[in-house]
Write a protein that binds this ligand. Sequence first.
Ligand SMILES: CC(C)(COP(=O)(O)OP(=O)(O)OC[C@H]1O[C@@H](n2cnc3c(N)ncnc32)[C@H](O)[C@@H]1OP(=O)(O)O)[C@@H](O)C(=O)NCCC(=O)NCCS
Length: 156
Amino acid sequence: MLKLCKFAFHLYLLMRCEILSFGGPEQNFSIQLRREILRTPLGLDFTNEELEQESSQVHIGCYLNTQLAGVLLLKNSADHTLKMRQVAVKNEFQKMGVGKEMVVYAEKWARDNGYKTMELNARQTAVPFYLKLNYTIQGSEFTEVGIPHSKMAKQL
Ligand SMILES: CC(C)(COP(=O)(O)OP(=O)(O)OC[C@H]1O[C@@H](n2cnc3c(N)ncnc32)[C@H](O)[C@@H]1OP(=O)(O)O)[C@@H](O)C(=O)NCCC(=O)NCCS
């Protein structure tokens, strides 16, 4: 679905989420975006093995006009459960509704495909974002990629 989102005082951009194909140019943009937002700030990079495993996951992208502004991945977890991972929005497009639009799109995709639960490991800094989208914290804090995380989940 197309939506208008405000970028600057008098500038609006068209926002649209879609499934990205794996292996094409979109995949390279997605890796680049996630590397920039999720890995480089921590002094890390993806391993080839991690990237290869992504071939079986659902890749959702959000475009602002023609530019890829955000990405998230969905991985089959337990029965009827999907794990949302690698949620990243480019710095200059954060707090404009891109993250929320991608999560709403992912949840609809999950429901349409018979999933009942969405789960994720949230960075502590992103927990308030997921709380606003009605995810709840499950259990105690733990460390992943060297930073504190909480497991969160939502019944779809
Ligand atoms: C966290 C992230 C995905 C959120 O995406 P976003 O596009 O910036 O968020 P949105 O604009 O859709 O925000 C939706 C709501 O959550 C709020 N929100 C977003 N990020 C927040 C944060 N870190 N802390 C508190 N509130 C936040 C927004 O203010 C907005 O509130 P509103 O509905 O009352 O206006 C994005 O900021 C990001 O990529 N951060 C860096 C990487 C990261 O932490 N990824 C998550 C890994 S688990």
